[in-house]
Design a protein around this ligand. Structure first.
Ligand code: GNR
Ligand code: NI
Length: 173
């Protein structure tokens, strides 16, 4: 396994619609492994393929929370098949927008259809932090970031901050 570099907003690759995965081959399994390692290293509870610059429809997550336990998940071609009318507000962050946290409103519960690492079709219901996470990750696969839910003014301020951060990081490299 190896760590991959996480792209920081703004980056054109974070705005693209990702391509469906047709065949889960060795290369995609290696990508999923690398993404899990990169997510745990960050650390984060989710990571979508475009965040490491590969435009495939998959994300990884682990919402097990407690220390010492881990529940790594890999989801290919995720689709929401049902969303609750009840909404929920949750503070969100993103590894591609470091140190920015904002309250975002999304459906409280969603049902998601996806393929697992063996290509098996699964449908599963997510609520709580799981629902927040899978919707945040699916947005990434459609070129959408959580700051796109904020006002243009707030988004502009965050983007300016991120440009500055990227310049500083480029200088330090
Ligand atoms: O690590 C992450 N935490 C998080 C917290 C609240 C809502 C969403 C997330 S996902 C984020 C990792 C990330 O950027 N995934 O794309
Ligand atoms: Ni994110």
């Amino acid at each position: 396994m190896s760590l991959r570099k996480i792209l920081i907003h703004p980056d054109p690759r974070l705005k693209k619609t990702c391509d469906p995965v047709i065949d889960i081959d060795a290369e995609l399994r290696k990508l999923a492994d690398d993404m899990l390692e990169t997510m745990y290293d960050a650390p984060g509870i989710g990571l979508a393929a475009p965040q490491v610059g590969t435009l495939h429809r998959l994300f990884v997550m682990d919402i097990s929370g407690k220390e010492g336990s881990s529940e790594p998940r890999v989801l290919f071609n995720p689709e929401i098949t049902w969303s609750s009318d009840i909404m929920n507000v949750h503070e969100e962050g993103c590894l591609s927008i470091p140190d920015i946290y904002e309250e975002i409103t999304r459906p409280d519960t969603v049902r998601m259809r996806f393929q697992d690492i063996d290509g098996k079709q699964i449908e599963e219901e997510f609520d709580g932090i799981g629902a927040t996470c899978v919707q945040h990750e699916l947005d990434h696969l459609n070129g959408r970031l959580f700051i796109d839910y904020l006002s243009a003014m707030k988004r502009g301020m965050i983007t300016k901050k991120m440009k500055k951060l990227k310049k500083e990081r480029a200088r330090d490299e």
